[in-house]
Write a new protein. Structure first.
Length: 641
């Protein structure tokens, strides 16, 4: 849940504060406490995360400030303000500071709201604790993502510019010129919705004084102190990582020569190093020391291809000499193009991959080795992240019935995908800046495929189902689709968040009808043959199971509930209690208590759960009770309705 904020630490100065933070902790989030209270905490189960410190917190805090990206503080807000005041330098480098009160009633984004991620972290913690998030930035008031956070889910790198001025213009609703030259435009569907942006392929003369947001692989915003060529208004820039650098080199070429060759290739087309996605080469160079050192220092992935893979790429400058040496006529150009073509499968590219810089051979005086460099531009950016699929059950529909873990996951996700009705039910728990994609009820497979595509791209994707996602929900379909594609079980990462099922919610509204053995059967024959459903109904009725029927009747499918009634009447009394619960815990909830014999006289639709009691189920007023056996099973135990 907190992986994108790591390294992250928590601070408490009292046992009560430590107890409040305990639900948030794991082996990756240390809890720093005074040594004087550390001995009282192992009984709380915090020993694995416990880090005692000696002396005043103000003396220890500089160490934490320098070594963590975020700090969760459970102490008075005023005390935190005084403690961090001497350490504050700049919002581009200060860590995220979040304050939680000891009663876990409020969570405050105190410092580093946008750049540090404190606003996002605050929302996740508040969802997990059931607290109220306190966000005071203008963007939060307008329910809009800050311009300096737009590209974070997609791995964009933040460039130079006057971020404060552009943010202020957006906050005031002033027109802002947006020029996106590279990268996916999927973010524009929801992140940019409602913002005063004027989309344009390039800056127009009449808008030169407007604030500008550039999304480009070229350095469009000059460095501080350098005059702008045409735009006079404030500007900022994001760099989607779309450039793949293909490299071939002689054995033993030093890192410095490789770095200079890459810089020369970038400069030849005005490209920015911040837009580099990674380096690609032939597998024979997978152990090249200089190349490995360059990728390590620049924090870039190294992608290697076989000679056979590279042979199949058409390039403008093939070489017979290279072919004789390594088995393919091109390394740099072919590797760059192959890497650019392999990013973001399933994500609509803004353009086809293309070779921007044909191969260049670079040698440096008095330096050994030689480097061949080519640069290709991908149609979809490289995120640099391991994607996650969070399969979430949102319960019967009322926000209060969603588990805290599921609420926190909904807030933390980059994208949320689900049936439009279910998205509407949880909209109040979604946050500004998320990709929200709703699809019709018949497009379950499309939802699964889209979620997998986004996760493989590197996003954290929440796939929502009502009830429990593993009971007639999306969890099974997503896992099936992953298995069909040869999923290794690791990437993307998968986590299932259980929810209160429709059957449980319906049962809770009418008492305790599920106290003895029970089963659930869906009457929809859209995916399951009716002959199979009929056998299961026969077994449930004959076995005296309390039975919950899902999807009992639709506008076009009406006979199944009639046949189900007939099957159960063959084994149970017509007086058997039955509950019909429609839209449990929602505003339009409707409950009908009836009998098996009178079942078809009531209104039943796809939002109704039908609970048929067993031979011991009794009605007591407006409640159904199925005895477990503690008091026996005699019919006189419960008074009639």
């Amino acid at each position: 849940m907190f992986a994108s904020f790591q390294p992250l630490a928590a601070i408490a100065v009292s046992p009560t504060g430590a107890r409040t933070l305990l639900p948030l902790l794991d082996e990756h989030i240390p809890l720093w406490v005074p040594v004087s209270i550390a001995a009282t905490l192992p009984a709380m189960g915090a020993q694995s995360s416990l880090h005692p410190y000696t002396g005043p917190l103000r003396e220890h805090l500089p160490h934490l400030w320098a070594n963590y990206r975020g700090l969760i503080c459970c102490l008075a807000t005023g005390a935190v303000v005084r403690l961090i005041a001497p350490l504050l330098t700049d919002k581009t480098s200060d860590p995220a500071i979040v304050v939680v009160d000891e009663a876990a009633q409020v969570v405050i984004s105190l410092c580093g709201g946008h750049r540090g991620g404190a606003d996002h972290l605050t929302q996740i913690i508040a969802s997990y604790l059931g607290a109220t998030p306190i966000l005071t930035g203008a963007a939060n008031h307008r329910q809009e993502p800050g311009v300096d956070t737009w590209g974070l889910p997609f791995g964009w790198r933040r460039g130079s510019g006057d971020w404060t001025a552009v943010s202020g213009a957006i906050a005031r609703g002033e027109p802002v010129q947006l020029i996106q030259e590279v990268g996916s435009t999927v973010w524009q569907t929801t992140l940019a919705n409602g913002l005063p942006l004027q989309l344009a392929p390039q800056s127009q003369p009449e808008t030169a004084t407007y604030p500008h947001v550039w999304i480009s692989a070229q350095r469009r915003v000059p460095e501080p102190g350098v005059a702008a060529a045409s735009v006079t208004g404030p500007q900022v820039q994001w760099y989607p990582r779309v450039l793949w650098v293909g490299v071939g080199c002689e054995r033993g070429t030093p890192q410095g020569v490789i770095a200079q060759a890459v810089a020369t290739a970038l400069a030849s087309q005005g490209l920015a190093a911040e837009a580099i996605a990674g380096v690609a080469t032939i597998d024979l160079k997978a152990d090249e020391a200089g190349l490995l050192a360059f990728c390590r220092d620049q924090d870039l992935p190294l992608v290697c291809f076989t000679a056979e893979q590279l042979q199949g790429v058409s390039v403008p400058n093939p070489s017979a000499i290279v072919a004789a040496e390594v088995g393919t006529p091109s390394v740099a150009e072919a590797a760059a193009m192959l890497a650019a073509e392999g990013i973001g499968p399933g994500i609509a590219p803004t353009e086809s991959p293309r070779l921007l810089v044909p191969k260049q051979v670079v040698r440096l005086p008095s330096q050994p080795g030689a480097v061949t460099v080519a640069i290709a531009q991908a149609g979809v950016e490289y995120t640099g992240r391991v994607g996650k699929l969070w399969l979430i059950g949102t319960g019967p529909g009322e926000i209060a019935q969603i588990t805290p873990a599921a609420q926190a996951a909904l807030s933390a996700a980059d994208a949320v995908i689900g049936y439009s009705l279910y998205i509407d039910l949880i909209r109040s728990r979604l946050r500004a800046g998320q990709l929200i994609e709703s699809l019709p009820i018949t497009q379950e497979r499309q939802r699964a495929e889209r979620a997998i595509a986004l996760a493989n791209w590197g996003l954290t994707v929440a796939v929502v189902s009502s009830g429990d996602c593993g009971i007639y929900g999306m969890a099974g379909l997503v896992l099936e689709e992953l298995s069909r594609r040869g999923w290794d079980g690791k990437k993307p990462e998968v986590q299932v968040f259980p929810g209160i099922t429709a059957m449980q919610a319906a049962a809770a509204r009418v008492g305790a009808p599920l106290m003895h053995d029970f089963c659930a059967i869906s009457l929809s024959d859209l995916l399951t043959p009716w002959e199979v459903i009929e056998k299961r109904l026969q077994a449930a009725a004959q076995g005296d199971f309390v039975t919950a029927l899902y999807n009992p009747r639709s506008q076009t499918r009406t006979r199944q509930i009639q046949e189900a009634q007939a099957i159960f009447l063959a084994h149970r009394s017509p007086d058997t209690p039955v509950a019909l619960v429609r839209a449990a815990y929602r505003r339009d909830e409707h409950i009908t208590l009836t009998t098996l014999g009178q079942l078809l006289e009531a209104t039943i639709d796809m939002l109704t759960v039908v609970i048929i009691g067993n031979q011991s189920t009794r009605r007591h007023g407006d409640w159904l009770i199925t005895p477990r056996g503690y008091l026996g099973f005699g019919s006189g135990l419960w008074s009639p309705a």
